[in-house]
Design a protein around this ligand. Sequence first.
Ligand code: GAP
Length: 465
Amino acid sequence: MAAQDVMEKIVSLAKRRGFVYQGSEIYGGLAGVYDFGPRGVELLNNIKKSWWKANVYDKENYYGLDSGMFKHPKVWEASGHVGGFADPLAECRNCQHRIRVDKELANIGVAADEKMSEEQINELFDQNRDKIKCPVCGKKDFTPAMAFNLLVKSNLGDFTSEGGEPVYLPGEACQGIYLDYKNIVDTMQPKMPFGVAQIGKAFRNEISPRNFLFRTREFEQADTQLFIRPNENKEAYEAIKQDRWNWYLSLGINEKKLRFKQHENLVFYAKDAWDIEYEFPSGFDEVEGIHDRTDYDLSQHQKFSGSDLRYNDQEKGEKFIPWILETSMGMGRVFLAVLCDAYQEDEMDGETRVVLRLAPHLAPIKAAVFPLLKNKPELVEKAREIYTNLKKEIPQIMWDDNGNIGKRYRRQDEIGTPYCITIDFDTLGENPEQKDTVTVRDRDTGEQSRMPVSELAAFLKSKIQ
Ligand code: GAP
């Protein structure tokens, strides 16, 4: 199947089955913004829970955080986002479509470095204009490239600080961790090395949001920052890379679709940077960055804020600005990778079916309970009793009596429900040997087995942990 077709099918399934909706759809949509529907928010929360467990609960020296989104205007100057967080943009004079000149140059094999000035980019652009077409109207008539800042401004506090510096929405979530580093040191008294983990929103004025959830203007980042002693970066960095790799495997993602990629051009303060990439239908692309950032972040915030951000190691009698090892993962990108990895079309009962082979701990619904026939009150009553009791122990249990059993299976397969439980006449005692047993159907194999009702909850719990 062509890559484009696979992606279209996943986008269509995500909408049809309540995983992801276009933001503001009834108004025609807002580019680069998506909403997670009833099934999507469950999958998203399950991914977040798994991430939080791996990065806070399973570790001894990591602290969770949830910092406020709005930050002092100086934060984004200190971080370098006000001065340097910019893409070179040119506008088509015919249809006003905007292109990212560095990306278009890269597509024709001309490397435009992040550190190049606007003039240098324009020189390259001018040399190659005849090769770059507008993707919308096909013309080759563009304005010169101009740096376009990606930070999204707000008008927070405009009424009090007329003419003051703008308050931005976060361009990256991790800045909240740097700002609370001192609070965490003062209140938790952590020993070096220690980490802080946070899931937070980020906003970027992306020129061309693309590939569904891959490049959006509003997204979530799950970040960890490990604070270490200066120069003690090498071993810890390798351990973090391995740890993050293993987490993707714990989601059930096919290892063959993952790879590491080292950055070729490092920013001046970085010692090393690697991405974890997933093979989306369109090819390998970044889902997470792992960055060895030296003492840059805290030094900048010390300089701009005037606060002493040195760590006081009383045992060793030393004060120093910690170095930072960062992991920064796009939650939407991982959600999309999980969907792409789980999406399959196979043959079952002589028909082609669509199935999401989600790992049971990620599946939005863990089991669906059906009465065999919905017009038999005795079946419905027994099925509702089993459903209600199960739901007390496992909240993500669904009732489904719509259409025939075959249709219910297909619907549950499409949302990745690992088990379907059917209550039939044997459950009621028509066959005395089967009384109080139900049929449990496995999503992946389609196999059905009989199981006593009393064992259902323990069985499901063992599968979803
Ligand atoms: N604090 C480091 C940082 O923000 P980044 O490489 O710009 O680094 C980290 O972003 C991760 O955030 C990326 O690996 C990607 O998964 C996600 N991300 C970045 N921009 C995104 C966008 N426009 N839409 C969705 N996810 C994005």
